[in-house]
Each structure stands twice: as structure tokens, then as C-alpha cells.
Design a protein. Structure first.
Length: 458
């Protein structure tokens, strides 16, 4: 498993370097030409099913070949219907229904399960966004985005924001493998009650791997741009006004001088906004800070978390990879009660750290449930090596300042929680992944999964 982690880390580092270079955009093509070209080619469908130019010859709801199920019927395998899909059996009490997807980012909401689905078309690709009733599995398309052939789309599905009955996310479109390509970024604003989507153009030079957060009734996100020299700026977005506005409190130059900075994360808890910042010396990441701001854009504190990050990385890797782990974009970043720091990057580092006691609480293979409620903090272990020794899910609810274990009746020694999303009303969707012994005293995932809907008690 250690060899596999090293190979995974190397592949992720290479992919991240390629994509970040393209996002920073050294030597960009003419912005106006690229923007006009994309406006003519990208079809943003506000609601209601299929792209009219692609009538749906590869409809994911059409039956395909018979899925390959395990003997107990709990897991479903791939279904071939023009392209690769997966059928997941979803259990909600005694009810059972099938959730079909090929690459779905799921967010549980008070209005149902919100999910994205990538569909191949003759003209490129379409992202479909659906809302599913978790009681009966009935699904409807509430918006779609078409990606022209030769370009890619990236949606910030790990950082969606639920606010006032709406779901806000970002979609970045362009040729991410071409360092000269302009990447157009759109704000996707979904009214979950009405089942509609509106799109707002955010930037003609967007950074795909940004984060969003809700702060004092608005949505905040950051973007790394290169039109006026490379810099990072922060923006606020209100659904009522429908236009993102740059915040006049922080703009970080990137790549200027021997010492420069880059933003890697954004989170809010109550009236405090947290910014995760990395300091470079030359091209090497040297330090990591958490900056605190109040709702008046006043900087309250600057916390050096370099030692915490280094300690967590050295739990699973040699010290010389710490700079490489620092530069990875973040999957999750949270600060709970101004004291507990959670970080999960796109490589192999994830941990929970007590900033007051300077103590590493949990690390390596730790995942966090996706939720918009800062009072719901649930963590789970994804490391397969530790899984077969116990029959529970290794799932913990963080009750300040300690953790309490959550046990699920359906948990078994041959499965592990690999994803969880929780709605504000406490409804949660859990993804379970099957495990088998790897022949070396540990375990490995088989690729088979199932989903379960549960209600979490407050």
C-alpha cells in the first residue's frame, strides 16, 4: 500500500502541476478572442432536461446492459449504455431505489439530493445537474452546461454552498491542458425549491481549484488571475444582485520577488472568515498560515500552522515531501471554534489539529462530511489498511472539544465510508465502499459501492 500511495502522490503532483500552470495562464491568448469564442460555443441550459442541440442519444436513464451485482444484491457494478455508468442501490429505511451515475458530485440538501453528471456527446460533453427525491428516487434535471469538444469543465463540487434555499457553485471551462488557454468561470446559482438554474459570468481567466464559503449572508470565493500580473483576489456574490464584486480587503500578488504567497483555502465559521495561505521562497513552499478576518474585513490574527502541517505529513511521508504537499489544492479546509483545524488536500494529507493544545488529533486517510452547517462536523476514516480489524465504520462526530463515535447498524467488516454529505435538516447520504484482504495483512477497495440515507440526531 505504501508503494501505491507513492505512485498516487506522484501522479497527483504531476496532474496538479500541469493544471495549475494552465490556470495561472503564463502567456495567455487574447482574452477577448477566447471569451467570444466560448460564448458562441458553450450552451448554458437554465433548466429542463436536454441540450436542444444534443437530443439525448445517450440518456443515462435509458436501460442498458444488466449490471453486474454481487450475490447479496447490495452493490452494483458498471452498466454499459453508450458509455460507462454505475448503478448504486440506495437504502432509505425499508425503501430501495437505484441511483445511476458515471461521475457524480453529490450534495444533500433539504430539498433532495443534488448531483452532477457528465455525459459524452458528439459535440463534446454536457454537465447535467439533478435533484432527486431521496424517498422514492424520482429525479429531475434542473440545469445543464455544455462543454465544447477539445475543452474541459471543472465544477467545485467539494465546495458548494447552500444559502437561503439556493445552491451556489462555480464551473470553469476551457482547454486546461493548454497553458495559453483562457479559462472562463461561471457562477451557477440553483433555486432548489423552484428547480431552476441561472448562470452568471464570473471571470474570463478563472482558477478552477478555488473554494467557496457563506459569510454573513453572502457567498465568498477567490480567483487567481493574470490579467494585471498574477494575483489572487476575493469576490462576494449575492443571488439578489446577480453580479460578483471584488472585495477590497485582500489581493495577493503571486510570483513576484523571492518571497511570495498563494491562497489555498477559504472557510467561515460564524462572523470569522479564514484564509489558508502558503508562503513561497522562490518556487518552494516554506510556510503555511491561517489568517482570520472579521465581517469588517479587518485582519484579526495570523496563525502559523507550518509545524502542524509538517507533523501531519510526516505521519505518512518523509519530510522532504512537505513543500509538495503544501502546494496541492485543498479538497476541504475548516477552522472549528477558532481552535480546531481540519485540512484535506488533493494528494494524501488530511488531519484534524488542536491549535490551542498544539496537538495532532487525527490524521492520514481522514475524510470530512460535506455540509453547509458549521455545527455539523463529522469525520471518517478512509484508509483501507485499518478497516478489516473492526466491524464499525470508524466514523466520529466532533463534539467540542472531544469526539464521539457514530455506529451504523449496516456497517460490516468488509466496507468503509468513503463519502458523506449532510443536509441542514440532518438528512445524510453515506457512500459505502467494499473492502477485501490484500494478502499482506491489510485491505483494498474493490470498486463496488452502495449508498444509504440516514437521519442524524442533533
Amino acid at each position: 500500500m505504501k508503494t501505491l500511495r507513492k505512485m498516487r502522490r506522484a501522479a497527483l503532483l504531476l496532474a496538479a502541476m500541469l493544471l495549475v500552470v494552465s490556470a495561472f495562464g503564463c502567456g495567455k491568448k487574447n482574452a477577448t478572442d477566447a471569451k467570444d469564442k466560448r460564448k458562441n460555443e458553450v450552451n448554458l441550459t437554465p433548466e429542463g432536461g436536454q441540450n436542444p442541440e444534443n437530443p439525448g442519444d445517450k440518456d443515462p436513464d435509458k436501460p442498458g446492459d444488466t449490471p453486474v451485482d454481487d450475490p447479496n444484491g447490495a452493490y452494483c457494478g458498471p452498466v454499459m449504455s453508450g458509455e460507462l455508468y454505475y448503478d448504486f442501490e440506495v437504502r432509505n429505511g425499508r425503501d430501495r431505489w437505484t441511483f445511476r451515475s458515471n461521475d457524480s458530485g453529490c450534495t444533500m440538501t433539504d430539498y433532495g439530493l443534488f448531483s452532477s453528471h457528465k455525459l459524452e456527446t458528439e459535440d463534446g460533453m454536457v454537465f447535467e445537474f439533478r435533484l432527486t427525491d431521496v424517498g422514492n428516487g424520482e429525479s429531475k434535471v434542473i440545469g445543464s452546461v455544455a462543454i465544447p469538444k477539445g475543452e474541459q469543465g471543472y465544477e467545485t463540487d467539494a465546495s458548494r454552498v447552500l444559502i437561503n434555499g439556493r445552491l451556489i457553485t462555480l464551473m470553469t471551462i476551457g482547454d486546461m491542458y493548454d497553458p495559453e488557454s483562457m479559462l472562463t468561470q461561471y457562477i451557477l446559482d440553483f433555486d432548489l425549491e423552484a428547480g431552476t438554474m441561472k448562470t452568471v459570468e464570473g471571470s474570463d481567466n478563472g482558477f478552477p481549484y478555488t473554494m467557496l464559503t457563506s459569510f454573513c449572508g453572502t457567498v465568498i470565493f477567490y480567483n487567481i488571475d493574470s490579467r494585471d500580473g498574477q494575483y489572487c483576489a476575493f469576490y462576494m456574490y449575492h443571488s439578489e444582485t446577480g453580479t460578483p464584486q471584488e472585495m477590497d480587503f485582500l489581493r495577493l500578488p503571486w510570483g513576484e520577488g523571492p518571497r511570495h504567497e498563494a491562497v489555498r483555502g477559504l472557510y467561515s465559521d460564524g462572523g470569522v472568515l479564514y484564509v489558508l495561505r502558503v508562503v513561497y521562497e522562490g518556487n518552494v513552499a516554506k510556510q503555511m498560515f491561517v489568517d482570520k478576518y472579521n465581517n469588517n474585513s479587518t485582519k484579526l490574527a495570523e496563525i502559523d500552522v507550518t509545524a502542524a502541517f509538517t507533523e501531519a505529513v510526516c505521519e505518512h511521508s518523509p519530510a522532504d515531501v512537505v513543500p509538495d504537499e503544501m502546494i496541492q489544492y485543498m479538497v476541504a479546509f475548516r477552522v472549528i471554534d477558532e481552535r480546531y483545524l481540519f485540512i484535506e488536500n488533493s494528494s494524501v494529507t488530511s488531519f484534524l489539529y488542536d491549535l490551542t493544545e498544539k496537538k495532532l488529533m487525527m490524521q492520514t486517510g481522514l475524510g470530512a462530511a460535506l455540509t453547509s452547517d458549521p455545527n455539523v462536523n463529522i469525520f471518517y476514516w478512509r484508509e483501507p489498511e485499518k478497516a478489516l480489524a473492526d466491524t464499525n465504520a470508524h466514523c466520529y462526530r466532533f463534539n467540542r472539544p472531544s469526539t464521539e463515535r457514530i455506529n451504523f447498524a449496516s456497517a460490516s467488516p468488509n466496507e468503509r465510508i468513503t463519502d458523506m454529505t449532510v443536509a441542514p435538516n440532518g438528512t445524510a447520504l453515506i457512500t459505502w465502499s467494499e473492502l477485501v484482504p490484500d494478502g499482506h495483512g491489510g485491505a483494498e477497495f474493490t470498486g463496488k459501492k452502495r449508498m444509504e440515507v440516514v437521519t442524524l440526531t442533533r
